[in-house]
Structures are given as structure tokens and as C-alpha cells.
Design a protein around this ligand. Structure first.
Ligand code: PHE
Length: 405
């Protein structure tokens, strides 16, 4: 195979002097954590989607927003930057901040990369969820791959001014004025204020739906090349303000070039990891990539809205089995409780691995597997062994089990 060829998402590309992707990063493409049933990122996506499905219906009673969560993260610079009217010299294009595949392609740095093409396809209300890539350090709160959910909502004059008595309201100035802090040159102030109200109201309601009714939030003025005016939403978590999304009134130039120059709209992009970390108490962003059942299984529950993540140990386990002849009235729960009492948090898991009845005596034998693991350190064989003996003895004394050697 040619070392100058890079394979990403089933396609091949020629490496060149723009290439910054690495094999480690490429291996993340296609994992689609946001589409894995029960994964916390998928749960967040579903809850936001549910909010939009429930809150916004069209005239026929169907969901207004259409949903896209399977668009390839391999995009052109045209999609990621130019289509969004990002200036050629804008800092967001820096080689040091992006995963370029080569001079023509990159891994999207935000889901906004799909705004233009979807508007051009004729959509006026949609959600896009996907993995996004930005070169960054790796620590508990930074990882070079994360997930965003993007929303776009466009309005015709009729839709926007529906509830207004004044029939002379318009989206656009008859002769475009200058861009000000408040608005783009083409828009009327009344149209901008109504869309701003819709946007802020929608997002705060959505966050309350995710978190709780008394959630504290605040809007901060922001700047993006493809929206004006723009805002970021911060929510209060454990006494601190955390930024969770960017948003704004969509660039008229962008809409016009996508064939929707007769409409006005808002867009926002929200980071799913941030929301999931806050909602489920997940302390480290790297956990989202864990294939450890001790992480994943915590979200496989009937009602995931109440999940609070319980940290698990990074130290190795020690595994030992115990077999007993059991009295008739005995149940396994008696043994599980006893193990908790004797060993406390040093036991991670107890499971019944074998059960059989002696053909003559009709006594039942059960074998339990005990996983010993500490949250604080690597347990020694002796420490686990002592604990194991002590569990066996106590089970004999208190539950009348007879140990099989
Ligand atoms: N794409 C922006 C980001 O990743 C967020 C954003 C989306 C801002 C849509 C405005 C409108 O930071």
C-alpha cells in the first residue's frame, strides 16, 4: 500500500503538505457514538430531538424539524468555511487547529459545515448531529473529537409575523442599510427581534427540558462569521457558568447564496459532551470513548433521565471463586448482602457462575465469582486472598453455607 494514501470513512485520499490527520484520529471516524443506543451522547441527542418533535409541529401535525445524524464528517473547506462566509484569513482556518486530510478535504470542525447544503436542498427546519474534530490537548475536559447538534430554523414573513396585527411588517429593508451591533444591513429590526426572541425562548426551554425548570442561564454576546447578531448560552452548574452553545441570526449572504434569500432564520450549535457531563455527572470526557461495560451499562436503564454516573476504578481486578453447599431456605441475595457487609467497596462485582443439584443428596451447590478491586490502589494477592477467606468463613457462620474445597 502507498504510504501517501490515507483511508478515511471508506474513501482514499492523497496525503499532501496540508495533511494534519493522524491514524488515531481517523480511527474515530465512523464510531458514531451519537448513534449508539443507550450511549450517553445518543441519549442527549434523543432528548433534544424529543423536545423539538414535541414543541414544533407543522400544519399537518407532523414534526417541523427533520433530523440528520448520519452525514459523513469528511467535508471540503468550502463546506466547513467558505459556504459559511468565513473570511480566507479567519483564525478558525489555522492548520494547527484543524484536521486537514489534504488540500481539498478535512474532518469537519463543526456541524455548521452542513447548513448551506441543507438549506440549498430546500429545508427550512432541521437538526444535524455529528462528530466534529478540532486539534486540541487531551485532558479531562478536552478531546480532539466531540459531538455537536446543530439546528436551523427559517421563517417566511408570513410565519414570523403570523401573530402580529400590523400587516405592514417586513423581513427586509427596502434599501439595505449598514450593519450595526443590532442587526445585518438587509434585515428590519422588528424581524431580527422576533427571531431573537424565538431563538432564545426555544433554547432556554430546551435546556430546562434537559435539566430542570429552575435552571439558571444567561446570554453572552458572541461573534461568528455566519451569524449576526450572535450569542452564547451559559448555564450555571455547581456554582460556575459553563458555555454550552453558540447561536445567532443566520447570515443573509449565506441564505441568499443557498437560495433562501427571501427568508430569515436562526441557527445554533450545541456541544453534547458538555451537556452529558453536567447531566450525568461524568467527570472525564475520555470516558465517552470507553468500551468498558462498567461505563456503558450505567446508561442501559429504563429511565436514563435520572442516571448519576458512579466512577469506577482504574486499577486492575483480582478474581476469585467460592463454592458452597447451600441450605434450602437460602437465596443468593443473602450472600450478596453478606459480601457487601464484609468487604465493602473492595468488591466490585459478585456473580453466580454455576449451580447444580447433587443427584443423591439433592443438595444444591452454588459457585460465586467475586471481583476484588480498589478505587484507590492496586490490590495485592494477599489482600484479596485474606478478604476472600474472611467472606467464606462469615458465610459459613452466618448463613450456614458449607464450603466446598
Ligand atoms: N459552529 C459554532 C461552533 O462550533 C456554533 C454555532 C452554530 C454558532 C450555529 C452560531 C450558529 O462554535
Amino acid at each position: 500500500s502507498n504510504p501517501d494514501t490515507i483511508f478515511v470513512d471508506g474513501r482514499s485520499f492523497q496525503r499532501d503538505d496540508m495533511t494534519t490527520v493522524t491514524p488515531k484520529i481517523i480511527s474515530r471516524v465512523g464510531q458514531n457514538l451519537h448513534n449508539q443506543k443507550h450511549h450517553p451522547l445518543c441519549l442527549i441527542k434523543e432528548r433534544i430531538t424529543d423536545f423539538f418533535y414535541g414543541a414544533y409541529l407543522n400544519r399537518r401535525g407532523n414534526p417541523l424539524f427533520s433530523v440528520y445524524d448520519n452525514i459523513s464528517p469528511v467535508v471540503t473547506m468550502q463546506q466547513n468555511f467558505d459556504s459559511l462566509t468565513t473570511p480566507k484569513d479567519h483564525i478558525s482556518r489555522q492548520k494547527g487547529d484543524n484536521y486537514y486530510i489534504n488540500r481539498d478535504y478535512m474532518l469537519r470542525a463543526h456541524t455548521s459545515a452542513h447548513e448551506h447544503e441543507l438549506v440549498k436542498a430546500g429545508l427550512d427546519a432541521f437538526l444535524v448531529t455529528g462528530d466534529v474534530y478540532r486539534r486540541d490537548e487531551i485532558d479531562a475536559s478536552h478531546y480532539p473529537v466531540f459531538h455537536q447538534l446543530e439546528a436551523v430554523r427559517l421563517y417566511t414573513p408570513h410565519e414570523l409575523f403570523d401573530k402580529c396585527d400590523d400587516k405592514n411588517l417586513r423581513l427586509f429593508e427596502s434599501s439595505p442599510g449598514c450593519r450595526t451591533v443590532e442587526k445585518q444591513g438587509q434585515h428590519t429590526l422588528e424581524a431580527v427581534k422576533l427571531v431573537e426572541y424565538e431563538l432564545k425562548n426555544t433554547l432556554v426551554s430546551c435546556m430546562k427540558h434537559l435539566f430542570r425548570e429552575d435552571l439558571e442561564s444567561r446570554w453572552i454576546e458572541a461573534e461568528f462569521p455566519f451569524t449576526h447578531p450572535s450569542w452564547e448560552l451559559e448555564i450555571k452548574f455547581q456554582g460556575e457558568w459553563l458555555e454550552v452553545l453558540g447561536s445567532g441570526i443566520m447570515s443573509h449572504q449565506l441564505l441568499d447564496s443557498a437560495g433562501a434569500g427571501d427568508k430569515i432564520g436562526y441557527a445554533f450549535g450545541v456541544g453534547l459532551e458538555r451537556l452529558a457531563m453536567i447531566l450525568y455527572d461524568i467527570p472525564d470526557i475520555r470516558l465517552f470513548w470507553s468500551e468498558d461495560e462498567r461505563f456503558l451499562s450505567q446508561f442501559k436503564v429504563q429511565d436514563p433521565t435520572k442516571v448519576k454516573f458512579k466512577p469506577f476504578s482504574k486499577y486492575p481486578p483480582l478474581i476469585q471463586d467460592l463454592s458452597f453447599w447451600c441450605p434450602d431456605e437460602y437465596t443468593s441475595n443473602d450472600f450478596y448482602d453478606l459480601v457487601r457487609t464484609v468487604a465493602g467497596d473492595l468488591v466490585e462485582q459478585v456473580s453466580l457462575v454455576d449451580e447444580f443439584q447433587h443427584p443423591k443428596t439433592e443438595r444444591t451447590s452454588r459457585c460465586y465469582r467475586i471481583v476484588y478491586r480498589s478505587m484507590e490502589k492496586t490490590l495485592t494477592k494477599e489482600e484479596a486472598g485474606d478478604m476472600h477467606i474472611s467472606i467464606g468463613r462469615t458465610a459459613q457462620e452466618r448463613l450456614g453455607l458449607e464450603m466446598r474445597m
